[in-house]
Design a protein around this ligand. Structure first.
Ligand SMILES: Nc1ncnc2c1ncn2[C@@H]1O[C@H](COP(=O)(O)OP(=O)(O)OP(=O)(O)O)[C@@H](O)[C@H]1O
Length: 940
């Protein structure tokens, strides 16, 4: 179905689809919707619970458990095998159920951000077609749709008309370089270039197209594709690091126990079930369950209370771990509702004529490039000049595109001449004007002065050319006559200042990456209460600017301006700054570069709030290749003040404060983020436009605000469904909360498990019998696991949420070893004291008594660890116990109640003498004291 109607001329295709260039009528569309079904985006086929359960076996802990269970069955230790396999089953079922719940709630949340398509429909056959925004799901074959930059192609379509259309097809091909598409009628096999496929992103240009396939018939669905998988999150990587250390321990444990038993006690293979049980005791089996539950609960709560949609569950962890947030300016920190402020001539005086040129250019670009709607700057111009462009006939348009910061309209002038009207970034337009260098520098300074007051600035130029039939290309934008500047005021977005303050309070460094002028960006920063520590310009060499997709890292020269150089009120300094960046691009001026190490150096070591991560090079290709000598058009000079220490590039980011990188192309934004990540930061990016897609994908977490274009929303991990930016702070806190719960679970479980295992190994060697029967080890493990589920529901203390939650495996393993050893000492001390104090028929040399005493003591110490390592402060302040506190109490009750119960008898246990409980209370008191001291010391 997808391929059949797309060959032949556009007309043939339209006929075959029983439609026309004016689109379908409402009745036809409704009929086809009933016949073809919804054009639902191909969703991941929801796996069955069984499939999910089996997938759970791939988790390393579960896989090791299963192996140990099978080993036990192999040596006919049926009790041990049954309990282990039951543990495996419980873990897989809980995890599958949690994932299903999470999937369901996410599917419901995604509804909040579903996209729409611009479609041409008629009320009846005689009526004129009108454009409507309809939900993507309502599209049917035969619908005529309009595509513009930022759109996601809503179905498989055949182009009817197109203007300089480029799309990214990475969802289908994995290839991120934009591909040109054209409406021309071509025979097979070239017909593909007139087809766009569902899920592709429109990067530039515009088109009108007819829908040829929807829903399950699209190529995307047929290929069974889903969104390209992202690499593991920062948190996942840490958890995996820890998991693999433990898995190695677990695999080593049984042979060690066997060898030690044989060497010291002369025991044989009969110890294997015990050895296996000890290894199982080390396993944090509930980890996958707790991770899924924590994430799903936090995501659902965020959506309900803050209208924040987490589109990829693990992104919530990364959100909690970010220590750097890069934001774009327009549409994110500002509202992107610009209003014309001034129109001035080259002499700096008000000149309304410049505004008329700019508006005429905007009007004809809009008409000829077939853009369904003007961009915000053009809209502001057209709002003010009602009859814009009426005096001309439009001939051609070269619109703005990612990496291209100007637009040209060609109109018919007098006496058969053509008139080019170009408007855009001052640097880009002035570079194309015929001007002496000094005059150009003066005009750039004029633009910078306007920008310093926070205004957005467009330069306007024209050119009179003899008429011709040859098409116009960017190469024709040369030898222009400068006409003047138009400035715009764009209000700050609601909640932006408060949101930035909250982020600073959460220990997150904010950087601004924008395509706009450095002085405008710096002023916006100040208005938001952020004093930029550094202001830089990322300048693609002019001849590369329109073709950023094939630019290489070395194409970007980064010019650093001192924070004060673009400073407000000091126009001289501002002029110098901008002049310098300009010179770097064209006249061979100097690009001041800070000292920089090459990115990635010291990554890992430099992580974390107190580290010098910020001093490391931004690195990656951006810093490394842009610096250190002559690059592109600029000459980099080393010897700046950065702490990276190597030779010069502009890539050093300070450890504190905000850096503004202005005049960024989409690739520059992505490169800066890649560099920051290589320097060890966990980086979030907040952006709303088609020029932000690469950055959204490059960041650990991409965030799109409400109002972002469809492609940005689709590329983001987190979407804010409300306009209020303060939701980001709440989302970060929610991420930290779930990460803190998982980290606490790991700390408590692993230190406690390690302590038990060490104590059991030691006791196994000291005693003439096994310190616990395998089935008892497993039973107490099961009780402890069940209690651990409370961590998914806990509320961490506020101080735990003040900094990014970063699990550093070495520090973490040190923690659990320290507390594990302490726990083992407590266990052994208990028995030392009890052995000395008790004798008679109930003494500890009786196996059943010993096993029961060990069981009770184990569960009580574990409860104590839960209480003190997690709920200690809350209880010390006289607060009510949280879920973990109550779970600990329950665990202690089970520890005391099981041995004398029938269940205890079935497990080979017996009631314990009263004296034991008294002595145990005293030993536990001492242990609690030691634990508290150790905890306080570990926090200093
Ligand atoms: N309609 C337009 N006509 C001419 N030039 C434009 C137009 N829109 C944008 N520009 C120029 O292109 C520059 C870069 O635009 P781009 O969309 O990349 O970034 P931005 O909107 O300025 O900032 P941000 O990256 O923060 O969203 C603008 O600063 C402006 O100079």
């Amino acid at each position: 179905m997808a391929s059949e109607p797309v060959t032949g001329t556009s007309l043939q295709v339209l006929r075959r689809l029983e439609t026309g260039p004016r689109g379908l009528t409402d009745a036809e569309a409704a009929g086809r919707l009933a016949a073809h079904g919804e054009n639902s985006p191909p969703s991941v086929r929801t796996p069955s619970v069984l499939r999910r359960g089996l997938a759970g076996l791939r988790d390393p802990f579960t896989a090791v458990l299963l192996t140990l269970g099978l080993v036990s069955a192999f040596v006919a230790s049926w009790g041990t095998a049954t309990v282990i396999l039951a543990l495996v089953a419980v873990s897989c079922v809980l995890r599958a159920a949690g994932e299903r719940r999470a999937d369901r709630s996410l599917a419901a949340l995604r509804e909040l951000v579903t996209g729409t398509a611009t479609v041409l429909r008629r009320t009846d056959g005689a009526a004129a077609p009108r454009t409507h925004e309809v939900p993507v799901a309502d599209l049917v074959p035969g619908d005529v749709v309009r595509l513009c930059p930022g759109d996601l192609v809503p179905a498989d379509v055949r182009l009817l008309r197109s203007r300089a259309l480029t799309v990214r097809e990475d969802t289908l091909t994995g290839e991120s370089a934009p591909v040109p598409k054209e409406a021309a009628d071509r025979p097979e096999p070239d017909a593909e270039s007139a087809l766009c496929f569902q899920g592709s992103a429109v990067v530039a240009g515009s088109a009108t197209a007819v829908v040829v396939a929807t829903g399950p018939h699209t190529r995307f669905a047929a290929a069974g594709r889903t969104a390209p998988p992202r690499g593991p999150s920062a948190f996942d990587r840490s958890v995996h690091g820890i998991a693999w250390v433990l898995v190695r321990f677990m695999l080593l444990t049984p042979p060690l126990v066997l060898m030690a038993g044989a060497a010291v006690r002369g025991r044989g293979l009969e110890t294997l079930p015990f050895a296996v049980a000890v290894a199982v005791g080390l396993t944090p089996e509930m980890l996958p369950v707790i991770v899924t539950t924590c994430l799903a609960r936090s995501a659902a709560l965020l959506a309900r209370t803050r209208r924040v949609v987490v589109r990829r569950l693990p992104a919530l962890h990364d959100l909690g771990a970010i220590d750097v947030l890069c934001v774009d300016k327009t549409g994110t920190l500002t509202q992107d509702r610009p209003v014309v402020a001034r129109s001035l001539g080259p002499d700096g005086r008000d000149d309304p004529e410049v505004l008329r040129w700019a508006a005429a250019g905007a009007w004809w670009t809009l008409q000829l490039a077939e853009l369904p709607a003007p961009d915000a700057l053009d809209e502001a111009l057209l709002d003010l000049v009602q009859d814009a462009g009426e005096e001309y006939d439009g001939l051609a348009a070269l619109p703005v595109a990612p990496g291209r910061r100007l637009a040209t309209a060609v109109v018919a002038g007098r006496l058969g001449h053509h008139l080019l009207i170009t408007k855009g970034a001052a640097e880009d337009v002035l570079e194309r004007c015929e001007l002496p260098a000094a005059e150009r520098a003066r005009l750039l300074a004029l633009a910078a002065r306007e920008a310093e007051s926070g205004q957005r600035v467009l330069a306007v130029a024209t050119a009179d050319r003899p008429g011709r039939t040859r098409p116009y290309t960017p190469a024709d934008e040369r030898g222009l006559t400068f006409r003047g500047l138009v400035t715009f005021h764009d209000e700050i977005a609601p909640g932006a200042a408060e949101s930035l303050r909250t982020l600073a309070g959460l220990g997150i460094q904010v950087h601004l990456l924008t395509g706009d002028h450095p002085a405008t960006a710096a002023r916006v920063c100040r208005e938001l209460g952020l004093e930029p520590a550094d202001i830089r310009t990322a300048t693609a060499p002019p001849d590369k600017a329109p073709h950023t997709t094939d630019s290489t890292p070395a194409d970007t020269t980064v010019t650093r301006l001192g924070a004060d150089e673009a400073g407000e009120g000091d126009s001289g300094a501002g002029e110098a700054g901008v002049g310098e960046s300009w010179a770097g691009g064209t006249v061979g001026g100097e690009t001041r570069a800070g000292a920089a190490g090459v990115g990635g150096a010291g990554a890992g070591e430099t992580r974390g709030g107190e580290s010098s991560a910020g001093d490391a090079a931004v690195g990656g290709s951006w810093a490394g290749e842009a610096g250190g000598g002559e690059t592109g058009a600029g000459v980099a000079r080393g010897g700046g003040s950065g702490a990276g220490g190597a030779d010069g590039s502009g890539g050093v980011f300070p450890a504190e404060g905000t850096v503004v990188v202005a005049r960024c192309t989409p690739e520059d934004k992505a490169r800066v983020i890649a560099g920051l990540r290589a320097a060890g930061h966990t980086v979030g990016f907040l952006g709303d436009g088609v020029n932000d897609i690469a950055a959204l994908l490059a960041a650990d977490v991409g965030i799109a605000p409400r109002g972002a274009v469809a492609v940005a929303r689709e590329s983001a991990d987190v979407v804010l469904a409300e306009k209020d930016l303060t939701a980001i702070g709440h989302a970060v806190t929610a991420g930290r909360r779930s990460s803190a719960n998982i980290a606490a679970y790991l700390r408590v479980t692993l230190s406690s498990n390690l302590g038990n295992v060490l104590a059991m190994l030691a006791a196994g060697l000291l005693l003439p019998f096994l310190p616990m029967l395998p089935v008892q080890v497993l039973a107490q493990n099961l009780c402890f696991d069940a209690a651990q589920l409370a961590f998914a529901h806990d509320r961490p203390a506020p101080r735990e949420l003040r900094r990014p939650t970063v699990l550093r495996p070495p520090a973490f393993l040190r923690f659990i070893t320290g507390f594990g050893v302490l726990n083992a000492f407590a266990d052994l001390a208990t028995f030392g004291v009890l052995a000395l104090a008790l004798d008679g028929p109930d003494a500890l040399d009786d196996e059943a008594v010993f096993h029961s005493a060990w069981f009770t003591e184990n569960l009580l110490t574990q409860a104590l660890v839960m209480l003190l390592l997690r709920d200690g402060r809350r209880l010390a302040r006289g607060g009510r116990p949280g879920p973990v506190g109550w779970a600990a109490v329950l665990l202690a009750v089970v520890g005391l109640a099981v041995p004398p119960s029938p269940l205890g008898a079935a497990l080979g246990m017996t009631a314990l003498p009263a004296a034991y409980h008294l002595l145990l209370a005293a030993v536990l008191g001492l242990y609690a004291l030691a634990l508290t001291v150790a905890k306080v010391r570990s926090e200093v």
